[in-house]
Design a protein around this ligand. Structure first.
Ligand SMILES: Nc1nc2c(ncn2[C@@H]2O[C@H](COP(=O)(O)OP(=O)(O)O)[C@@H](O)[C@H]2O)c(=O)[nH]1
Ligand SMILES: [Mg+2]
Length: 680
């Protein structure tokens, strides 16, 4: 058994924009707590949390990494996460493992794009939040202004719990202290602000406080935790990872005030399938059945596949037999690990709240639930929102014979990353959140799986539809030597909006047996072939209702193939008269650039057939532009934005909807199309 119990555990995700100092902060906390002797260096790739070859190469965190600290009787599990927008998936994936998200903000850079995304996502998942303002040693910073901006952006419930003092060389607590000297603001005022905010969530405590009664520390913890859980308080603390300031104070706050696994809001587990899905209540009770959630899957060069999970209920030991989701057969844990950076230490058991890993269980996938009771089948976590990957490369093997190795590498990487998607169609396309994301994936393929691929921009997933109603006809008649072929079809097409799915309806409107019932499936088959192949530009067709209303047959020469062909041509005939349209995917863009680039960006977007939906100035002289644009125009956007903004701009995109392409684009796509010859 571990030396700590569930209530001794504190789990925190360390998140925030790239460069805020998250990895450095974890490193500094590890040094301060005596876990490691001296801090590693981000630039040399020697930190505990940035250990992947790709992380060393880019000097940035690209995956989540774990480290734990024993401090003052509590066991703190920290999950360091990447802060580049392209790698947001790995940060969000770790959320279900913790009670608290600590959002690190760079004192100099202020609130950035990922800061906002993380704050929003953590609130949406009802996690407790805290803000760490790091780099307080930096020159040219205005901390009072930053605190104000934070409160304006994220709400007045963001309140300092400590304040820098003595020129930023230390921090003083304002929750427990009522007086003293700070570099800005006043300790007594800050104390009153945070204590009043906290006691507000509990009427009794609020009364006692107002009447000047002493509130016990236990009671205060209880109320503090409630305020965090309800989003009524977001404490702000100050650190300098570089100068080792504010670290013990941060650990003290985590120990005394932040929620343990029996506190905070429960994770939204569900059980059942389809319409019978119900919320599942669980308890962090070590003696109950096991429920654990896999929030990270990775490949270790020494132990192979590692699946990292948070235990929510029950105790897992090396002898546990665990089921993976709905699987019928359990696996034996064998070796249970605690991860610390790239190291893994074998442990006997994990209790509720703890974060452990198993090696070499190939079947486990990201987001699986592990449990020890078949009765717990169909338990899953309520679906999490992840950004939809839109950036893509079509890939091709560099050397022949590598196809299988590539397929294996791609599925392994897909299982590890919630924002990496694979499309296998006429071309293999990898999709991610941006160029950088995709390039790192290709590097991983090379480093880990020893395969290389060529890339080119993927084909755009155009679709076809019709804008009006029309009729079509074809008589298929063939007489070659022996038996002939005969089939004649009249049909009607009209726009059709389906509740869900691609939208297709086939209606048999034949009266009086003009075509015998046995040939109707052949007609539907012919139409469906055309829906897949496309009629005007070679893209799948959607939102169409097809009604067959007349035709002719021949007692001897009519056979299935004749009606398939007749239907294909009658359908093409009808579509050509029904205002056919090519549709293209349009994406939502969120572009963050320096204010003075606004004009260039707007001009460039309009040349890309884009439109600006709104903009918002954010601290630091930046502006966030919300826009929509066709995906087809954005294949080089990353590089273009970089050159326009001198590397300061960033953007994210997600799928919005399909829209008709302009006539000249349609003409071009139609002229490139070579329809497939019918088989006779
Ligand atoms: N001046 C100063 N620099 C820091 C501090 N913490 C981190 N840095 C530097 O900021 C850069 C980014 O740090 P890193 O920990 O990789 O940030 P992350 O992307 O949030 O993990 C590195 O060059 C660090 O040395 C700090 O407290 N003060
Ligand atoms: Mg980092």
């Amino acid at each position: 058994m571990p030396k700590y119990t569930t209530t001794d555990i504190r789990n925190l995700v360390i998140a925030g924009h790239a460069g805020a100092g998250k990895t450095s902060l974890v490193e500094a906390l590890l040094v301060r707590a005596g876990v490691i002797g001296a801090p590693g260096d981000i630039n040399k790739g020697t930190t505990v949390c940035d250990f992947d070859p790709e992380e060393k190469e880019h000097q940035h965190s690209l995956n989540s990494a774990l480290a734990s600290i024993d401090h003052g009787g509590v066991h703190v599990n920290l999950i360091d996460t990447p802060g580049m927008p392209d790698f947001l998936g790995h940060a969000l994936a770790a959320f279900p493992a913790v009670e608290t998200v600590a959002v690190v903000i760079d004192a100099h850079a202020g609130i950035e794009m990922v800061t906002r995304k993380i704050m929003e996502a953590a609130a949406e998942r009802k996690l407790c939040r805290m803000i760490v303002i790091n780099k307080i040693d930096h020159d040219n910073i205005d901390l009072p202004a930053l605190v104000e901006q934070i409160r304006e952006t994220f709400g007045p419930q963001c309140l300092p719990i400590n304040l820098p003092a003595e020129g930023g060389s230390k921090v003083v607590d304002v929750f427990e202290h009522e007086s003293g000297e700070a570099d800005f603001s006043s300790i007594s005022e800050a104390h009153t602000n945070i204590v009043e905010q906290v006691v507000e969530v509990d009427e009794e405590t609020a009364m006692a406080y107002l009447e000047g009664e002493e509130v016990s520390p236990e009671k205060l913890h209880e109320v503090f935790e409630k305020a965090l859980r309800e989003g009524h308080l977001i404490p702000i603390c100050f650190t300098s990872a570089a100068k080792m300031v504010g670290l013990t104070e941060l650990l003290d706050k985590i120990e005394r005030l932040m929620p343990n696994p029996t506190e905070g809001n429960p994770r939204p587990f569900e059980h059942g399938e389809g319409e019978n899905v119900e919320a599942l209540t669980y308890e962090p009770d070590p003696s109950k059945h096991v429920i654990a959630h896999v929030f990270k899957v990775t490949t270790d060069p020494f132990v192979g596949k590692l699946s990292v999970f948070r235990i929510h209920q029950g105790t897992i030991t090396k002898d546990s037999q665990l089921y993976i989701g709905d699987a019928k057969k359990p696996f034996k844990v064998g070796h249970l690990f605690k991860l610390h950076g790239k190291e893994h230490k074998e442990v006997d058991a994990g209790v509720p709240g703890d974060i452990c890993a198993v090696a070499k269980v190939e079947e486990i996938q990201f987001n699986d639930v592990l449990h020890d009771s078949i009765a717990h089948g169909h338990v899953h976590l309520k679906a999490m929102k992840f950004p939809v990957p839109m950036a893509g490369f079509a890939i091709e093997s560099k050397s022949r014979g590598d196809e299988q190795k590539i397929a294996k590498a791609l599925s392994a990487m897909e299982a590890e990353d919630p924002c990496f998607k694979l499309e296998r169609g006429s071309e293999t396309v990898i999709r991610g959140l941006g160029d950088m994301h995709l390039r790192v994936l290709l590097e991983k393929m090379k480093n880990r799986y020893n395969v290389e691929v060529d890339t080119h921009p993927p084909k755009i997933a155009y679709k076809e539809t019709i804008g009006g109603k029309a009729e079509g006809h074809h008589r298929h008649k063939k007489q070659t030597g022996g038996a002939g072929q005969f089939g004649e079809v009249y049909l009607r097409v009209e726009p059709y909006e389906a509740e869900e799915g691609e939208g297709f309806e086939f209606v048999n409107d034949i009266f009086g047996g003009a075509i015998p019932g046995q040939f109707i499936p052949a007609i539907e088959k012919g139409v469906r072939q055309m829906l897949i192949e496309g009629c005007i530009a070679g893209y799948p067709m959607q939102n169409v209702r097809v009604s067959v209303y007349d035709g002719k047959y021949h007692a001897v020469d009519s056979k299935e193939v004749a009606f398939v062909t007749a239907a294909r041509r009658a359908f093409a005939d009808a579509v050509s008269k029904a205002k056919p349209q090519v549709l293209e995917p349009v994406v939502d863009l969120e572009i963050t650039v320096p204010e003075n680039n606004m004009g260039d960006i707007a001009g460039d977007l309009s040349s890309k057939r884009g439109r600006i939906m709104g903009s918002e100035n954010i601290p630091g002289g930046m502006i966030v532009i919300k826009a929509q644009a066709p995906l087809a125009e954005l294949s080089q956007y990353q590089n273009q934005l970089k050159s326009v903004t001198g590397g300061q701009g960033s953007y994210g995109m997600s799928f919005s909807h399909y829209e008709a392409v302009p006539p000249q684009v349609q003409q071009q796509l139609v002229s490139q199309f070579k329809p497939k010859a019918d088989e006779d």
